[in-house]
Design a protein around this ligand. Structure first.
Ligand SMILES: [Zn+2]
Length: 261
């Protein structure tokens, strides 16, 4: 007598085939949703005029604990992630700092999702409303001097780190701060928000916020004393100011095309 409870082989094949098709479709979609933040010739600009898309996720995110030597640096939150190349550049920089006798670093923040940023901004606004008695609009305006709108934070790229000295109440003036300020450019990092650029960046000075742009760009920006906005604008006006960025045969750079919508 034929058993009717067993699964018909043809149906099983169909289910397996469908599962295979869907899993590869999902894999393709998942791949498309991440963005190669270091794939462009110029550093990506993220600020209030250049937000990333709502679903923006950088490619190649890794846990910092997988890349950084925790004897050199404390990772404040163990799930902190960053783009691998930026984390590796940070490791190289911190090894060099150690050679110079500078240790005891701490990473407070690296990659942040848009949802994380929403929470941070909201908490800041609520804090100002509660503690300073400000209206929501005024509290938001004040909060936006130090916290970016969701989508407008450079931390969305996975290339920025908030770095400080372990145990220090303020970073500025520490030996770690002095070393970073003198040397980070050589390792591809810029101190993104400087006191003399607040009108352009829209942010108060943040001595602790470093952004990985790669060594060539970092050194060119240091030499010209440009923040990222000025640097990209200078390249648009003069496509080859630094000489080494574009070959004569290549097309002129239009950096607008390189910025994500
Ligand atoms: Zn930061």
């Amino acid at each position: 007598m034929r058993r009717t409870t067993s699964f018909p082989p043809r149906a099983l094949c169909c289910v397996l085939l469908l599962a295979l098709v869907f899993s590869s479709l999902f894999a393709a979609v998942a791949e498309e949703e991440t963005y190669d933040v270091l794939g462009d010739e110029l550093p990506m600009l993220v600020n209030k005029d250049h937000p990333v898309a709502e679903d923006f996720v950088p490619a190649d995110l890794v846990l910092l604990s997988e890349v950084l030597d925790t004897s050199l640096v404390k990772i404040k939150y163990k799930n902190t992630m960053a783009v691998r190349a930026a984390a590796e550049a940070l490791e190289v920089m911190l090894e060099a700092a150690k050679e110079d006798g500078i240790k005891n670093w701490q990473i407070n923040t690296a990659y942040r999702s848009i949802a994380d940023q929403k929470k941070i901004l909201d908490n800041k606004i609520k804090g100002y409303m509660k503690n300073s008695g400000l209206s929501r609009a005024k509290a938001k305006a004040r909060a936006l001097r130090t916290v970016a709108e969701p989508g407008c934070s450079e931390h969305h790229l996975g290339l920025a780190f908030d770095i400080t000295a372990k145990g220090a109440s303020a970073f500025k003036g520490t030996k770690q701060y002095k070393w970073l300020n003198a040397n980070c450019w050589d390792y591809g990092f810029v101190i993104r928000y400087q006191a003399d650029k607040t009108e352009i960046t829209g942010f108060n000075a943040e001595e602790w916020h470093i952004r990985y742009v790669g060594k060539e760009h970092a050194l060119a920006m240091k030499k010209a004393n440009y923040c990222l906005e000025e640097y990209l604008e200078s390249l648009q006006a003069k496509p080859q100011p630094a000489g080494f960025l574009v070959d004569d045969d290549e097309e002129d750079i239009n950096f607008e095309d390189l910025i994500p919508e």
